[in-house]
Design a protein around this ligand. Structure first.
Ligand SMILES: *[C@@H]1O[C@H](CO)[C@@H](O)[C@H](O)[C@H]1NC(C)=O
Ligand SMILES: *[C@@H]1O[C@H](CO)[C@@H](O)[C@H](O)[C@H]1NC(C)=O
Length: 219
């Protein structure tokens, strides 16, 4: 009997350990940590952390925690992120382009902009079953592109990760990044709010989808 109870306890623990992230985990107010990793399955928020995003959405070192931006995830459509600087987007034409990249040369760096009105295309989302609250964009693309790890007092651009047949991995000389939500609080409570929707995708053991987004074509 005792052994049976231990076995049952073990299974319940194993199940809860495997349950992973749910949509509720990417809500409220949080920081966004940046990991240098090209594999979400082995990425560690402690060992691989190279910084965080500041209020402008730029990559900085996380040594000074206070400098990490405080992001709000809207609980109403279009469920986008903002800071006190404004709405955050990859669609701000005034931002640095990823000119080193073959497929991302026209991509603008992420920016939180006081005059920008968010659309559904600005939404980042997480996937049920992730081990941590990694943030993805577009068509199941969960990696980002940066020139390097930030040095003290540096503010670096963060781009979407784009690849294609002539550039199968990260932009040559750049680093491949993951974003992780570090929830620090809740939004002010409202009554009329539905559950924030996520993608229909759910990760289960053994599912080997790359989460690199769709292959791009030049031109
Ligand atoms: C906000 O976006 C507009 C349009 O791209 C741009 O002109 C402006 O400089 C941006 N503001 C900031 C603070 O980045
Ligand atoms: C940010 O985007 C939301 C959603 O589209 C919009 O309601 C809000 O007015 C925007 N904020 C600013 C400062 O433009």
């Amino acid at each position: 009997m005792h052994a049976l109870i231990s076995i049952l306890t073990y299974f319940i623990l194993a199940l809860s350990a495997n349950a992973g992230v749910t949509q509720k985990d990417f809500t409220g107010i949080g920081n966004i940590y940046v990991l240098n990793s090209n594999d979400w399955r082995t990425a560690s928020p402690t060992a691989d952390k190279i910084g965080c995003l500041n209020e402008n959405g730029k990559l900085i070192t996380a040594n000074n925690k206070a400098a990490c931006g405080t992001f709000l995830r809207s609980d109403v459509f279009p469920y986008t992120l903002s800071t006190k600087k404004g709405n955050c987007t990859f669609n701000d034409e005034s931002q640095e382009r990823n000119t080193d990249s073959k497929y991302g040369a026209l991509d603008n760096a992420w920016n939180c902009n006081a005059t920008y009105v968010s659309t559904i295309y600005d939404q980042l989302y997480t996937i049920d079953g992730f081990p941590y609250v990694f943030l993805c964009f577009g068509d199941v693309a969960c990696y980002y592109d940066g020139k390097k790890a930030p040095a003290r007092d540096e503010r670096l651009s963060l781009w979407q990760y784009h690849w294609g047949s002539d550039q199968m991995g990260i932009t040559p000389g750049h680093i491949q990044l993951l974003l992780v939500w570090n929830k620090i609080g809740e939004l002010p409570k409202r009554k009329d709010v539905d559950e924030t929707p996520g993608p229909r995708l759910r990760l289960t053991d053994g599912l080997q989808i790359p989460l690199l987004g769709q292959q791009k074509k030049l031109g």
